[in-house]
Design a protein around this ligand. Structure first.
Ligand code: FE
Ligand code: FE
Length: 166
C-alpha cells in the first residue's frame, strides 16, 4: 500500500488482518469439530471446509502480497469467541444427534461471521479501487455462503427430531 494511507485503507488493512487471524484459528479448530461429529456426512462436510479454509488462507496471503502488507500480528476476538462457544457445545453431555445439531449451529455462526467480515472487506476494497483484491474476497465470500447453505441442508437431512425430542 502507499505510504500515506487514507483511513479506509487503514480500516481495510485491519479487516484483512482480522480475517487472516480468523481463518487461521479455524484451521486449528475445525479438526476437533470434525472429530466430534457423529454423522459421517457432517464430519466429511467439516473436513472439506477445512481444506477450503486452508485455501482461503492462501488467498489472503495473495491479497497481502498484492497490497504489500503483512497480515500477521492481530487476533480476531470474534472468531475466538465463536470457537469457544463451539467448544462449550462439545463439552456438554449431549446425545449424538443433539451434538450434531449443536455443531452445525456453531459452524453456521462462524460462517455468518465470515460472510459479514468478507462482505465488508470486499466492499471497502472495491470502493478503494482494489478490484483484484475485491474479486478474491468475493470468491471466499461465495464459498462461505455455499458452506452455510450446505450446513442448513445437512441440518434438515441428518437431525432426527424424534431422537432429539424422545
Ligand atoms: Fe473461511
Ligand atoms: Fe468458513
Amino acid at each position: 500500500m502507499a505510504e500515506e494511507m487514507n483511513p479506509l485503507e487503514e480500516l481495510l488493512e485491519d479487516e484483512l488482518k482480522d480475517l487472516y487471524s480468523a481463518e487461521n484459528q479455524l484451521v486449528k479448530a475445525l479438526p476437533r469439530m470434525a472429530k466430534a461429529a457423529s454423522s459421517p456426512e457432517l464430519r466429511r462436510a467439516i473436513e472439506r471446509h477445512l481444506e477450503e479454509t486452508k485455501r482461503q488462507v492462501e488467498r489472503l496471503n495473495a491479497i497481502g502480497e498484492s497490497l504489500e502488507i503483512k497480515l500477521t500480528g492481530k487476533k480476531c476476538k470474534g472468531m475466538e469467541g465463536l470457537i469457544e462457544e463451539g467448544k462449550e457445545i462439545m463439552s456438554e453431555d449431549l446425545d449424538d444427534n443433539a451434538l450434531d445439531a449443536g455443531l452445525i449451529g456453531a459452524a453456521q455462526k462462524v460462517e455468518h461471521y465470515e460472510i459479514a467480515a468478507y462482505g465488508t472487506a470486499r466492499t471497502h476494497a472495491s470502493l478503494l479501487g482494489f478490484n483484484k483484491v475485491a474479486k478474491l474476497l468475493q470468491q471466499t465470500l461465495d464459498e462461505e455462503g455455499a458452506t452455510d447453505k450446505k450446513l442448513t441442508a445437512l441440518a434438515e437431512s441428518i437431525i432426527n427430531v424424534e431422537a432429539v425430542t424422545s
